[in-house]
Design a protein around this ligand. Structure first.
Ligand code: DCP
Length: 480
């Protein structure tokens, strides 16, 4: 049975704010002489000039892309400025970017419930702020509309007849006969434009935003006009937007599920999904996923903005591509120690600043076997209760790795240690800390809290299957 969504979910105002070429902007703020120049941030590995991880919009005009290495970027744009990502412990140090993201979040959170979705993305539920504006100072009565708001892109607004685009936006915002939903969106346009200007003023960063009635549509819209612009999805334009949208562009459909929809069901656009009854989608993909697909085809998403300014988990990882793969246990232990040291520092500052503690330590790795008969086998992710203290985290992470390796390679391979090449290679490693909760109020001291936890806080190792069924390197969602 199709699930009818509550009316109210159509009347929410949700914004998705996404920083423009974020790492580049952070580096340009540090080195203002780079502003306006084609610039890219390159990864720590220097091979062929390092892999590009962020590219300025000036550089994109020359064809510089994130998939390139520094040398290739120089070929298409000889004047491109390459800035290396900051480095600590032999790996990229993202703390400057994380802190810059926090500056932005603290500004955006002033206007409503805010969820930090990644290092440079935020969702904001503006419903209350919009309702309040509509009651106190509705846009249709405003004499002047801010210039930044007038530059908004409103999907479905006809700008093709040669008319003045900003004038059309002004009229749309001023309409007296608009329905309640559009009036709320008009308030959202004004609030988000103001917030983006405030972010620019206080941090010097530009950002783009999507404004719609739910998170899914707001996220889709924020990427449609970049940099430094905002895009609005009125309810009446949802069908037109989704009808032609390639299915793989949808969040969560970029992977296996999207491929299956294309290959097995002939679904190429989100609109193509409309032909299937909900039961059919449930039969093929299970009850929950089937219903979810039926809903997204109609632009329905009840997902709430979570109200979370702090990350759900902390992670530290590094890749070891091609010839850099780690082939001995001591080499893995060396890098695990570096990653755990970083993780431990972040856990301590979270404890210190936010009075939060993490309960679960997880190790993810990617590996290959040189004499492989079963190349599909993944390195299993492993978890255990988290004990505080760098040395303990290092010890536990190493034990998790060894347990994972034994399972991955089989008993005999697992025994091979030392500097001797053992027929396997690790191409990426990461450790993460999750299940982070505030220390219960009323706890008189942190030291006491840990004493109370000491017996239960560490028990035997367990498989992380209940946390993450796929052995993937990617850090848990919400990791920043
Ligand atoms: N990042 C990274 N490695 C990747 C992708 C991204 O290290 N494979 C980092 C660098 C980016 C930041 O994360 O600046 C945010 O990523 P986005 O995908 O949001 O891209 P940008 O902010 O760089 O550009 P855009 O303006 O297209 O959003």
């Amino acid at each position: 049975m199709p699930v009818a969504k509550p009316e109210s979910s159509d009347s929410r105002v949700i914004a998705h704010v996404d920083m423009d070429c974020f790492y580049v902007q952070v580096e340009q703020r540090k080195q203002p002489q780079l502003r306006g120049l084609p610039t890219a941030v390159v990864q720590y590995n220097e091979w062929k000039g390092g892999a590009l991880i962020a590219v300025s919009y000036e550089a994109r005009k020359f064809g510089v892309k994130r998939s390139m290495r520094g040398e290739e970027a120089k070929e298409v744009c000889p004047q491109v400025q390459l800035v290396q990502v900051p480095v600590a412990r032999g790996k990229a140090d993202l703390s400057g970017y994380r802190n810059a993201g926090s500056e932005v979040v603290s500004i955006i959170a002033r206007r409503g419930r805010c969820e930090r979705a990644s290092i440079d993305e935020v969702y904001l539920d503006l419903t209350d702020a919009a309702e309040m504006m509509l009651a106190d100072n509705p846009p249709q009565g405003m004499e002047t509309i801010d210039e930044e708001a007038l530059k908004s892109h409103i999907l479905g607004l006809n700008n093709e007849d040669g008319s003045d685009v900003k004038e059309n936006v002004r009229k749309w915002i001023h309409r007296h006969n608009a329905d309640h939903r559009d009036k709320l969106l008009a308030c959202g346009i004004l609030i988000v434009a103001e917030l983006r200007m405030q972010v620019l003023k206080e941090t010097e960063f530009t950002c783009s935003a999507g404004i719609a009635h739910n998170k899914m549509l707001a996220k889709l819209a924020s990427g449609m006009n970049k940099p430094a612009q905002q895009t609005v999805v009125p309810f009446s334009s949802v069908k037109g937007l989704l009808d032609t949208l390639p299915i793989r562009k949808m969040k969560q459909l970029g992977g296996k599920l999207g491929i299956s929809l294309q290959m097995d069901m002939g679904v190429n656009t989100v609109g193509d999904l409309l032909q299937f009854p909900e039961e059919k989608l449930q039969e093929r993909y299970g009850i929950n996923t089937g219903t979810w697909l039926w809903n997204i085809a109609r632009g329905i998403s009840g997902e709430e903005v979570e109200g979370r300014l702090l990350p759900k988990s902390h992670g530290s990882g590094k890749t070891f591509p091609g010839p850099r793969a780690l082939k001995t246990v001591p080499a893995v232990q060396h890098w695990l120690n570096q990653l755990c040291e970083e993780l431990s520092e972040r856990l301590c500052s979270d404890l210190d600043q936010n009075k939060r503690i993490a309960h679960t330590l997880t190790l993810h790795a990617r590996a290959y076997k040189s004499s492989d008969t079963d190349s599909q086998k993944k390195f299993p992710s492993k978890s255990c209760p988290l004990r505080y203290g760098t040395a303990k985290i290092q010890e536990d992470a190493f034990n998790l790795f060894q347990a994972g390796l034994r399972e991955y390679i089989g008993f005999y391979g697992g025994k091979t240690q030392g500097s001797h090449c053992s027929g396997w290679g690790i191409t990426s490693l990461s450790v993460s800390a999750s299940k982070i909760v505030p220390i219960p109020s009323g706890t008189c001291s942190i030291a006491k809290y840990f004493q109370g936890q000491s017996t239960s806080h560490f028990s035997s190792m367990q498989s992380s299957d209940n946390l993450n069924t796929e052995a993937t390197l990617s850090l848990p969602s919400g990791s920043i």
